[in-house]
Structures are given as C-alpha cells and as structure tokens.
Design a protein around this ligand. Sequence first.
Ligand SMILES: Nc1nc2c(ncn2[C@@H]2O[C@H](COP(=O)(O)OP(=O)(O)OP(=O)(O)O)[C@@H](O)[C@H]2O)c(=O)[nH]1
Ligand SMILES: [Zn+2]
Length: 186
Amino acid sequence: MIDTKAIEEHVLGILEALGEDVTREGLVETPKRVAKMYAEVFAGIHYSNEEVAQMFDKTFTQRGRDLVFVKDIETFSFCEHHMALMYDMKISVAYYPQGKVIGLSKIARICDLVCRRLQIQERIGSDIAEIMTMITGSEDVAVLIEAHHSCMSARGIKKTQAKTYTQTLRGVFAKHPEQLGGFYHG
Ligand SMILES: Nc1nc2c(ncn2[C@@H]2O[C@H](COP(=O)(O)OP(=O)(O)OP(=O)(O)O)[C@@H](O)[C@H]2O)c(=O)[nH]1
Ligand SMILES: [Zn+2]
C-alpha cells in the first residue's frame, strides 16, 4: 500500500524547499490532501497486469467473432518522467472475441486502473492490450489513445495544441489496421 505518512512528510519538505510558509491557512492541510490525492490517482501502482485481469474477469459466452469496439473512454493519467498530468485522454479498445466477450464496463475499468499508475502513453496501450488478451483469450486487440501531456503544454516546450496519438495493434490488427475502419487514425 501507499505510505501516506511518508508522502505527507515529503510534500511538507517540498513546500519548505519552495520557500513557502507552511503554517499559512491554505497550506496547513496540503501535505495531507496531496497524500490522499496520490492514494486515489495512483491506486493502480500496486496491482500487476495479471491482478487487474483477475479483478475484471467477467465474461459471457458468445459465438461468432464480430468486432467489438469501445470508443472514447475518457480518462487521465500521470507521466512518469515529470509526474505531470496527461489530460483530455480518450482511449478506444477493439478486439475480435474468441468464444467469449468481456463485460463492456470492465473495459473502461481496466483503462482507468492502468492509468492510475505513473505511466507513458505507449505503455498504457500495451498494458491494456495485455490485460484484454488475458481475460478474453483473444490476440486480436487494438488500443488507440489520444492525449494532451501537460509536461509538453504547461512547461518546457509549451506546445498547448499538440496532441499525441498512439496505436497498440496486436494480432490481426497489426497486419490489417484497416479492419478498424473509420476508427483508425493512420
Ligand atoms: N514517449 C513518451 N515520452 C513522454 C511521455 N510523457 C512524457 N514524455 C517525454 O519524456 C521526455 C523526458 O525527457 P528529458 O530530456 O529527460 O526531460 P526534460 O529535460 O524535462 O525534457 P523536455 O520536456 O524536453 O524539457 C520528454 O521528452 C517528455 O516529453 C510519454 O507518454 N511517452
Ligand atoms: Zn512528462
């Protein structure tokens, strides 16, 4: 589990190092608030992909292999390089079932939990694809992500309009991304 006490102490240290008056009203409870926020936004750090797959393993028998595509699951994450927000993030997940389908809300739950880690956008895609394969048994999985990175917009190079698109294409989608039809960014 997250070490709340240690986070509070370190945040207090950062505020002091910033030259802040840590006794002023608005800051007195800030270390506690940040520790509570981190427990929420980093809740996925302590679960492996296998554990996430076990957590959301709710499937239904379904004959046929018709494409399933869940588009625009809105979420956010934090980049591991700057601990900065990835925002306006939309994740789309597609797969060809192999005799069973996963409950649709579980796909969104998987996306959210994977994003509750210190991440890079590319690995968010590969983690989700791996978990989808573990649960559905299907190798034919695609994860498309678009996001703004605050480490690119609010600091450094300051490109406020730049949006990053990543496509994790597995199985048939690697060979035939056109199977994603109008959803394909490329
Ligand atoms: N590939 C990838 N890179 C990312 C992601 N999030 C942040 N980065 C990049 O990680 C890199 C870290 O580079 P460094 O040179 O070590 O850090 P920096 O000096 O703060 O770099 P600048 O952002 O260029 O100022 C930066 O180029 C970020 O844009 C991500 O999701 N995927
Ligand atoms: Zn960053």
